[in-house]
Design a protein around this ligand. Structure first.
Ligand code: 9J3
Ligand code: ZN
Length: 311
């Protein structure tokens, strides 16, 4: 649980992240970016080449994204349902240190009949990697996916506008996750608010399979043994319902059930961390874990997605 030693610009041994190949009219922009990076190199030894202002934490490894805790110590604050408007309250997990500036943030919804406790393990696990994470309760446990989507957005608004940690959050870099109807809700939230930078539905449930409006990079987890929201009628068609041009991925967990996302799970954690880092922080150091797609294994039944990513 030690605080990692990264301070902006000082003694950072991480190499510059690999940039995607640019072609055509983007070449001029790439040249400008390269020129700015070169200028940064002249700003002195204390100046980190500012190629990605959203990069947080040390360069990742397979073991760092699988670990139970990442480099940041985590604090939490609970939000009473009495002060919440448009959602049911919850718990905000956040990096304790203020020395790394602001962080991207996500809200996470539980599923039908479930409470915040059913997704609580994701709070400290993701926050310790450098995110502000708001695990919420819904207004009622029977709320449907469309309502859960609205509640995820209300929670993000509370987080960035009213919460005690609002000063630690970069309100332009937000995402959503959810389990089951909460996962279906995360698609609804992305549809309603295209500025969201990442969505991760976990064994999602939604009767609507058509999502041509979604512009938010989306990683869907299915579970091969899910008998509540079978992948053939939920996770897979939901993935297929996203635009084929979108940065999207589908990972089907092997030997897993509808409720696998309700307890600590390293496969969910490592690819969720990578997706959030890649698309909320624009951190291409994590592209190596997403592309090429993970191969089938003891924990992964199958995977689908576009590689390389386009945003
Ligand atoms: O949130 C969920 O677990 C959705 C699966 C479900 O119970 O649907 C029944 C209507
Ligand atoms: Zn639709």
């Amino acid at each position: 649980m030690q605080q990692h030693p990264h301070t902006t610009g000082m003694s950072d041994p991480a190499p510059a992240p690999t940039r995607r190949r640019r072609t055509g009219r983007l070449a001029g922009l790439a040249a400008s970016v390269a020129a700015l990076a070169a200028l940064g190199a002249f700003a002195g030894p204390g100046a980190h080449a500012a190629d990605n202002p959203y990069e947080r934490g040390p360069a990742p490894t397979e073991s760092s994204i699988e670990a139970l805790r990442g480099p940041y110590s985590v604090s939490d604050v609970s939000v009473s349902s009495l002060v919440a408007r448009g959602f049911g309250g919850g718990t905000i997990y956040y990096p304790t240190s203020t020395s790394d500036g602001t962080f991207g943030a996500i809200a996470i919804s539980p599923g039908f009949t479930a409470y915040e406790s059913s997704i609580a393990w994701l709070g400290p696990r993701l926050a310790s990697q450098g995110f502000v994470v708001f695990t919420i309760d819904t207004n009622t446990t029977l709320d449907q996916p469309d309502s859960r989507g609205d509640q995820l957005l209300a929670a993000l608004d509370y987080l960035t506008e009213r919460s005690s940690v609002r000063g630690r959050v970069d309100s332009s870099r937000l995402g959503v996750m959810g389990h089951s109807m909460g996962g279906g809700g995360s698609l609804e939230a992305a549809k309603d608010r295209p500025s969201l930078q990442a969505a991760i539905p976990l064994t999602p449930w939604n009767l609507d399979k058509t999502w041509p409006e979604v512009r938010t990079p989306t990683l869907i987890f299915g579970a091969d043994g899910d008998s509540v929201a079978p992948v053939r009628t939920h996770a897979e068609p939901l993935y297929q319902g996203l635009p084929s041009s979108l940065d999207r991925a589908y990972i089907e967990l092997n030997n897993a059930s509808h409720f696998t996302p309700n307890t600590s799970n390293t496969t969910i954690a490592k690819y969720s961390i990578s997706w959030l880092k890649r698309f909320i922080d624009n951190d291409t150091r994590y592209e190596q874990f997403l592309c090429p797609l993970p191969r089938p294994s003891l924990t992964i039944e199958e995977s689908r997605g576009n590689c390389p990513h386009t945003s």
